[in-house]
Design a protein around this ligand. Structure first.
Ligand SMILES: [Ca+2]
Ligand SMILES: [Ca+2]
Ligand SMILES: [Ca+2]
Length: 165
């Protein structure tokens, strides 16, 4: 049974993933996303942190392509993505993709490598347009200790993706 707003979440995710806006997801879009993440965090691609970010996005592409690109033409249409989003969630494929991305993003954002994301570090990874960073930080910092743990970060990113926002 589709949840209310479910299709909207899936469409919004699709649009976020379709970096070049041509209406299809390709390997290029995921590479561009990884590149953008590196630019935001100021992490270089040839560092272990940078490689982890690129690997996580390419892993996401491989998983999405395997699950969704049924005609194997190397691109995923919006219909293919939106129509399969619920299956991705139910089978755990979404988490298999999301967890490495969250881990790599968290590591890239944690510039002083103390295992926490502070308010200053937060700005480089939470960049959905029109976001109030202070409010977003407060929401992600579930236990309100003024810093974001990996668990808090991963949970918030998942909620964002599936529309429990
Ligand atoms: Ca595209
Ligand atoms: Ca830190
Ligand atoms: Ca916290």
């Amino acid at each position: 049974m589709p949840q209310p707003g479910f299709r909207e979440s899936a469409e919004r995710n699709f649009n976020d993933l379709d970096t070049d806006g041509d209406g299809f997801l390709t390997r290029y879009d995921y590479m561009a996303l990884a590149q953008r993440r590196l630019e935001q965090t100021g992490v270089r691609a040839d560092t272990p942190e940078g490689e982890a970010v690129v690997d996580a996005f390419l892993n996401a592409w491989d998983t999405h392509a395997r699950a969704l690109d049924t005609d194997r033409d190397g691109q995923i249409s919006k219909e293919e993505y939106v129509g399969s989003f619920e299956t991705l969630m139910r089978t755990g494929a979404l988490d298999a993709v999301l967890t490495p991305i969250s881990r790599a993003t968290f590591a890239a954002a944690d510039r002083d490598r103390d295992g926490w994301i502070t308010a200053e570090e937060f700005g480089s990874v939470w960049s959905r347009r029109g976001t109030d960073l202070t409010a977003a930080f407060a929401k992600v910092d579930a236990d309100r200790d003024g810093r974001i743990s990996f668990e808090e970060f991963a949970r918030a990113r998942r909620d964002l993706l599936i529309g429990e926002d």
